[in-house]
Design a protein around this ligand. Structure first.
Ligand code: F6P
Length: 484
């Protein structure tokens, strides 16, 4: 059904993620979706996950499939109850807040914990029959931590890798999760476990060692029972050249031209984030208000555009945040604005990617101040979008994974410190063109090397079996050589 695979010898790639980006006419895929599709195109394969649809009952073996070139998109529906317990529940009210160091916002519930492991078993059951003996399986993100172990329970001996897109905290924090030990055992069932930063790697290795599940070796591997797994950081990147080109062209779009005209010469600060408590929106608005209080002469001469598409609104903590941020924006505009000046322009709609790149390019300052973030690709896209002759300044939280790579060029701030962040805004707006260019070049050197293609190629190079372990001859074997 899927070409060479289940019984044949070709080494294909099987990507698994909670959401699957099935190509749709007229819809533009995000950077990660484009990159994973590129990975799949190079060897042929399957992208498997949840369809995003719910049904009252699910047949344990049914799948929706769509063939696009050498790639099969295979998705399953879930019951409403499973979505509530597995996705909205354990994934987004336990794992997400705990992994973002927000024990105060986490909600634990035994039924949801059980559902999380049960849905992963269901995914494993549906996926196992599609996987051929030489296929590489690459599982993505926090929704699917136990999937590798569930596939092993079904007899799969393939190389299976896992990449966590969000932070992994130290044991003092993450051990609060219900099912903690089972999660660690799940992660230890993979051959390669990838994280965004070295900090996350350190935390995870400590978790394994303190639970007596593994011992780290000097070569970066961890011995788990009679197996050896690789645990490493693979910082995710962007299509740096593609973004730069898009930003250059986007300046001509009518939307970006309208924005430029409306600024009437004001300096532009921009923030773009999903509406999520990890993004530090309330703290950022407070910092901007602190900046205006410290520099009243700048009132009417700056404009802060915050684009914040709504997200996970069915989770109560997100619905509450939506109300709080809207109120805070209203209060700030009411207190600081004037008849002819609105200090904060606030959008909760999705803005096309090309328009965003154009907005980044015209901005003087990019405000990327999450309280915790696995990586943060907005920071990277903001930098890549800049005009090389006259780049803007990135203000970046020390708690974003991106700070590990961009600290040489960004102004690094503590997002909880409104006065310190306000000072960084002032410094950014006064920075000389020479210093801005120097800082921008430093960041671009990193971004030109750590591209999204280098990211997946490096991960798959780690996941691919060593030459002497390849059992079957493969026409596409070795397609995943590292390039950076
Ligand atoms: O950062 C983690 C992540 O799952 C991203 O991969 C994704 O873009 C984002 O969160 C959106 O989350 P959701 O699928 O819950 O809307």
């Amino acid at each position: 059904m899927f070409g060479p695979g289940p019984s044949g010898g070709n080494q294909r790639l099987i990507v698994v993620s909670n959401r699957v980006s099935v190509p749709r006419a007229g819809a533009s895929a995000g950077g990660l979706a484009v990159a994973l599709e590129a990975a799949l195109q190079s060897s042929g394969g399957i992208w498997f996950g949840w369809s995003g649809e719910t049904r009252t009952a699910i047949d344990a073996d049914s799948l929706h499939t769509q063939q696009v070139g050498p790639v099969t998109f295979a998705t399953t529906d879930l019951t409403r109850r499973d979505v509530e317990d597995y996705y909205l529940g354990y994934s987004n009210r336990a794992l997400w807040p705990v992994c973002h160091y927000r024990l105060d916002l986490s909600r634990f519930n035994e039924r949801e914990t059980q559902a999380y492991f049960r849905v992963n078993d269901l995914f494993a059951r549906k996926l196992a029959g599609l996987v051929g003996p030489s296929d590489l399986v690459w599982v993505h993100d926090y929704h699917l931590i136990p999937l590798g172990a569930a596939l092993r329970d079904r007899g799969l001996t393939n190389r299976i890798g896992f990449f966590l897109h969000i932070p992994w905290p130290p044991p003092e924090v993450v051990s609060a999760l219900p099912g903690y030990r089972r999660l660690l055992q799940g992660l230890a069932a993979y051959d390669v476990v990838g994280f965004q930063t070295e900090r996350d790697v350190e935390h995870f290795v400590r978790c394994l060692e303190e639970e007596g599940l593994g011992t780290s070796e000097d070569d970066g591997t961890v011995v788990v029972g009679d197996r050896r797994i690789e645990v490493a950081s693979f910082p995710i990147g962007i299509d740096t050249e593609g973004v730069a080109e898009m930003a250059d062209k986007s300046v001509g779009l009518s939307s970006t031209r309208r924005m430029l005209a409306s600024l009437e010469g004001k300096r532009l600060l921009i923030g773009v984030d999903r509406l999520d408590y990890s993004k530090g929106l309330r703290e950022r608005i407070r910092s901007y208000v602190a900046y205006l209080a410290a520099h009243p002469e700048e009132k009417g001469r700056v404009s802060y555009l915050q684009i914040t598409p709504k997200s996970r609104s069915e989770v109560p903590e997100y619905a509450e945040l939506e109300r709080e941020v809207a109120t805070q924006v209203g209060e700030a505009n009411g207190a600081c604005g004037d008849f002819d000046w609105t200090p904060i322009r606030y959008l909760t709609q999705n803005v096309p990617h090309a328009t965003l790149m154009g907005l980044y390019r015209m901005a003087d300052v990019g405000l990327v101040t999450p309280l915790r973030d696995g990586m943060n690709l907005v920071a990277k896209e903001f930098v890549a979008s800049q005009d090389p002759q006259d780049p803007g300044v990135l203000i970046l939280s020390r708690y974003a994974g991106a700070a590990f790579e961009l600290e040489g060029g960004a102004l690094i701030v503590n997002p909880y410190d409104a006065v310190g962040t306000a000072e960084a805004i002032d410094r950014a707006l006064r920075m000389s063109r020479g210093e801005r260019r120097e800082r921008w070049e430093t960041m671009m050197d990193v971004l030109r090397t750590h591209t999204v293609n280098a990211w997946w190629q490096n991960f798959l190079a780690a996941l691919s079996p060593a030459e002497d372990e390849r059992s079957a001859p493969s026409s596409s074997g070795g397609a995943f050589g590292a390039t950076a």
